[in-house]
Design a protein around this ligand. Structure first.
Ligand code: M6R
Length: 624
């Protein structure tokens, strides 16, 4: 959460920084700012409470000439309200040191106290500002006669002061720092918060996410925890926190910057909903047949013998990815493997009870979610092996996990996750199928049927997407409701949770997802006349019971929208229907979630909500 961007080299400094911030806005968007050093070594700093468009206006009104280096930041508030004063970059007392920071400095109060005692004046409530003052203090302690020294001679001093500053910080941070007296170098450091260097020709970049500079370069170096970088126009040097030079290899990113543009859709969320057939196809491609064959096993580094040896699977994740975990649990149990699923943020004590026979499967679109990473570290400390399912190549999760299964969905920009969820589900069906085949619980004929059913999914998704207008009309009819209830059972229970989460996060109205059979044990009391209840009731073993629960809701006045197929429609009596193409019950979550995403999108649209950047949220949640 929060976005960092930095640039050094050419003449397009403000353009690159603002463009990067726009692309990073999904990480946080309550305030933003840039700082650049102009041709005369003076610092130019602009910050706003609000969005990048407002910052752009401010910068355009007073363009800065000759800027060759700078940093920018878009914020998701942790310490201090969203305001101009709390927006990054932050400066020291001299106004020459600027810092942008993602993460949390846990010992900032202790540091601040000392700095205040030493006469430093603070201008914000943030933890970040201590870094600027601490760096100022370290520069002083190195007795810099800055005025008398050439800026290139100052580089080793700047580096050493920065290294000493970083050594005093506790917590999590991605940092990019500029010192006006030494404008030919940006310093960066990473601990538990992502940071990546982009390599250009005569110009280089630093950012919290490659999307910030993908338009300019695809050659990148992902910094590891405990690493620093000195970024100059014609090269980048890498160091560990002890200041020892290290060598780092670059990788080339396959994503294209146009993949992160709206392509004619009103919102990224709608575009991404429409990309779901392709997302599933991409995740399945080349990995399905022969099921149980070596291809996927080699890719994940999990042998048949290892898959046989695990006695249980433990899923961990947050938010939408957690709902994917709940589907995963049903899939594995369906094949006779003990499975459980937990929110990563509630996993701590359970991690200690893990035994080595349990495979921990951590699911994360971004691969940077702090709660999930922490759960993974706890699991590894307990001796468990970890498999990551993620969409993000080079993310922290991929580097910390023992095995990785990529979802290949392309960038997901909308804060509300849609296509990443479908990719996660597709990966889980692959994984469960491979496990079952390896353990002999899916014979050759059944494996072929399983694979055939999965391969049909993208086409069925397209059929559902073709019903967008009808689903939009249903959503329109309920757009003034203040409460929504989503119910289902068994493999679609997680989809009821996901439907409710989508409404909550983009429409800001109350929505509950509940196990249909559990309603009568209390929550049914909330139903009032006209309350919208969305019931997922497709054909299968849960149908009769779910249809009964729909009757109970209707008897208390609920207005029921049923998500059904042609056959189950005969059993479920509702006032409105969304009719889905038929597939086997086990595979239905990949279909049933689509109308709920579309429904949530159109409720939010009718309410004129900011769909891609819902209030209070950020795409990548890198604090715990
Ligand atoms: O990047 P991750 O998959 O780890 O993110 C986990 C959650 O923060 C995320 O799914 C969140 O719940 C989404 N906004 C839901 O739409």
């Amino acid at each position: 959460m929060c976005g960092i961007t930095g640039y050094i080299g050419g003449d397009k400094t403000t353009e690159v920084l603002l463009d990067g911030l726009r692309r990073l806005e999904y990480r946080g968007y309550d305030s933003c700012g840039i700082a650049v050093v102009d041709g005369k070594n003076s610092l130019y700093l602009k910050r706003v409470s609000g969005r990048v468009d407002a910052l752009d206006k401010l910068v355009s009104a007073e363009p800065v000439k000759g800027a060759k280096a700078g940093v920018g930041h878009t914020r998701w508030a942790t310490h201090g309200a969203p305001s101009e004063d709390n927006a990054h970059p932050h400066t020291d007392c001299s106004g020459e040191v600027v810092v942008v920071h993602n993460g949390i400095i846990e010992n900032y109060l202790e540091l601040k106290e000392k700095l205040l005692a030493g006469g430093h004046k603070f201008k914000s409530e943030t933890d970040t500002e201590v870094i600027a003052h601490l760096l100022e203090e370290k520069l002083k302690s190195l007795h810099v006669q800055a005025a008398a020294m050439r800026s290139d001679m100052l580089e080793p001093v700047f580096f050493e002061a920065f290294r000493r500053t970083v050594a005093d910080l506790k917590g999590s941070f991605a940092l990019a720092v500029v010192w006006a007296r030494c404008p030919a170098m940006i310093l960066a450091a990473r601990l538990h918060s992502p940071l990546v260097v982009g390599l250009g020709q005569g110009e280089n970049y630093v950012a919290s996410d490659v999307s910030a500079f993908l338009k300019y370069t695809k050659r990148v170096v992902f910094l590891n925890d405990g690493e620093m970088a000195a970024v100059r126009r014609d090269g980048v040097d890498y160091y560990n926190f002890a200041g020892k030079k290290i060598s780092r290899d670059s990788v080339v990113i396959q994503w294209d910057s146009t993949m992160a543009e709206k392509g004619g859709y009103k919102h990224f969320m709608l575009k991404e909903i429409h990309e779901q057939a392709e997302a599933v196809e991409n995740t399945l491609r080349g990995r399905l047949l022969p099921l149980g064959g070596p291809a996927l096993e080699q890719e994940m580094g999990l042998t048949t013998a290892a898959m046989k040896a695990f006695s249980a699977v433990q899923f961990v994740a947050c938010g939408t990815a957690y709902h994917a975990c709940l589907v995963g649990r049903v899939l594995f149990e369906n094949f006779g493997v003990h499975a459980s699923a937990d929110w990563a943020s509630e996993f701590t004590d359970r991690a200690r009870l893990l035994d080595k026979g349990t495979l921990v499967v951590a699911i994360s679109q971004s691969g940077e979610t702090a709660d999930t990473l922490f759960a993974v570290r706890e699991a590894k400390a307990a001796g468990a092996k970890v498999l990551a399912i993620t969409n993000t190549v080079g993310s922290t999760l991929t580097r910390e996990a023992d095995h990785v299964l990529y979802t290949h969905c392309g960038p997901e920009i909308g804060v509300a996750s849609t296509k990443a969820f479908l990719g996660q589900l597709a990966a889980l069906y692959l994984l469960a199928g491979h496990f079952a085949a390896a353990r002999g619980s899916l014979g050759k004929t059944d494996a072929r049927r399983y694979a055939e059913e999965l391969l049909k999914v993208p086409r069925l998704i397209e059929e559902i997407l073709a019903q967008e207008k009808e689903i939009a009309r249903v959503a329109q009819a309920f757009s003034h409701s203040e409460h929504f209830l989503f119910i289902s059972r068994h493999v679609n229970y997680p989809i009821a949770l996901e439907g409710a989460l989508k409404i909550k996060e983009i429409s800001y109205v109350h929505a509950e997802g509940y196990a249909a059979g559990e309603m009568k044990h209390g929550p049914i009391a909330i139903i009032y006349k006209g309350m919208p209840v969305l019931a997922v009731a497709t054909s299968g073993r849960a149908l009769e019971l779910t249809a009964g629960n729909v009757e109970e809701a209707k008897a208390r006045g609920a207005d029921v929208v049923a998500i059904v197929d042609q056959d189950s429609k005969k059993t479920v009596k509702a006032s409105r229907y969304v009719v889905l193409p038929r597939t086997e019950e086990l595979f239905t979550p990949m279909l049933t979630v689509i109308p709920l995403q579309i429904f949530a999108y159109y409720v939010a649209l009718a309410k004129k909500c900011d769909i891609d950047k819902p209030r209070n949220l950020a795409k990548s949640v890198t604090v715990r």
